[in-house]
Design a protein around this ligand. Structure first.
Ligand code: GDP
Ligand code: MG
Length: 352
């Protein structure tokens, strides 16, 4: 039976997803030596069964809190077949900090983008394809609470290849240093050598304690504060690649108004367009045939003139304000209203 670990920040919805996946099969125990809950259960995918382990909530794979140690040990040495990294999509950047570390392990990885119901309720969008490109692993939108997307998540998880080669978002900025340290770990024959190499650059306690590691780090770092550079590099990569995926909806709108702007301020077309718009405004305001039922007219029937309507005098006066063979524009109607009103007043005054 395959075993998948659920890893994610506290409150990202791990337990909710775990319960949705395992239902009544779950049982709770303790991790050896610590008082951290160990929940385990079985997900049934048709006839296939997948073992699910709910890891404690963590922000980082450092070896400092009991939760971090338990999660890290299980991921590196517990031989899970894969990690389901549950990410709170309403808090994407902060949650992805852990994802950039999980990426560095050699364990197969899938990202479950949780709380999508909240994201959609807020009218936000997330470009899953852009996220997948930036992370290099499958990303599936889910709502653990509403139990949507879960079947698709498990389909893709079950079909993940048996092994993966870790990748780091820091490979561009620290390529040489990472390579030198990874060579060391390759020689030691340890699991996830890339992950350990980057951890050593982060002055990670567990990795620094390894024989020869500290001396090697000093040599490779050559006075550079690699811990700060790594933290910075993660945040920078996240804001460069992942914020983009999130604000896509807003950006599209901006692009649309941007395009309109570019046409309206064009070097050659700006003036002709301006003239046409001005004409349209004048036409709408002052034309005597602002609304002319063209289709009717083209049948050769034309629209009847006011005199041909056979209206009483009073009615003709009133309708004449708005219509004579075509509907007048607002400007003409306004003029006619004043004209008629003052006509009536003048008539009354003359009579008196
Ligand atoms: P854990 O700390 O990672 O185990 O997170 P929990 O499973 O305890 O969930 C934390 C909170 O988020 C709870 O109040 C859940 O009801 C809520 N939650 C979990 N998943 C979802 C989801 O998909 N949508 C929404 N709206 N809330 C969720
Ligand atoms: Mg929990």
């Amino acid at each position: 039976m395959k075993t998948f670990a659920l890893a994610g920040n506290p409150n990202s919805g791990k337990t909710t997803l775990f319960n949705a996946l395992t239902g009544s099969t779950a049982h709770v125990g303790n991790w050896p030596g610590v008082t951290v809950d160990r929940r385990e259960g079985v997900y049934k995918k048709g006839s296939e069964k997948i073992n699910i382990v709910d890891l404690p909530g963590i922000y980082s794979l450092s070896p400092y809190t009991p939760e971090e140690i338990v999660s890290r040990d299980f991921i590196l040495d517990g031989r899970p077949d894969g990690i389901i990294n549950i990410v709170d999509a309403t808090n994407l950047e902060r949650n992805l900090y852990l994802t950039t570390q999980l990426m560095e392990t050699d364990v197969p990885l899938i990202v479950a983008l949780n709380m999508m119901d909240e994201v959609e309720k807020a009218g936000d969008k997330i470009d899953v394809k852009a996220l997948e490109r930036a992370l290099g692993v499958p990303v599936v939108k889910i709502s653990a609470l509403k139990e949507t997307g879960i079947r698709e998540l498990m389909e893709i998880a079950a079909a993940l290849p048996d092994s993966r080669k870790g990748v780091s978002v820091l490979e561009d900025t620290m390529r040489e240093k990472i390579r030198a340290l990874k060579e060391f770990y390759d020689g030691e024959g340890l699991s996830s050598p890339l992950f350990r190499a980057v951890k050593l650059l982060e002055n990670d306690e567990a990795e620094s304690k390894r024989k020869g590691a500290k001396e090697l780090l000093e040599k490779v770092a050559n006075g550079c504060d690699t811990e700060a550079v790594v933290a910075d590099g993660r945040y920078q990569y996240i804001s460069e690649h992942f914020s983009q995926a999130k604000i896509k909806a807003a950006k599209e709108q901006f692009n649309k108004s941007d395009k309109i702007d570019r046409v309206l301020t064009h070097r050659v077309w700006a003036l002709p367009i301006f003239a046409v718009i001005l004409f349209a405004i004048f036409h709408v305001t002052f034309a005597e045939d602002f609304l002319y039922i063209g289709a009717w007219a083209s049948l050769g029937k034309g629209l009847p003139a006011l005199d041909d309507l056979g209206l009483s005098d009073g009615m003709a006066k009133f309708v004449g304000i708005f219509y004579d063979g075509a509907v007048f524009s607002p400007g003409v109607i306004l003029f006619n209203v004043f004209d008629t009103v003052f006509g009536i007043i003048a008539e009354a005054a003359g009579g008196a």
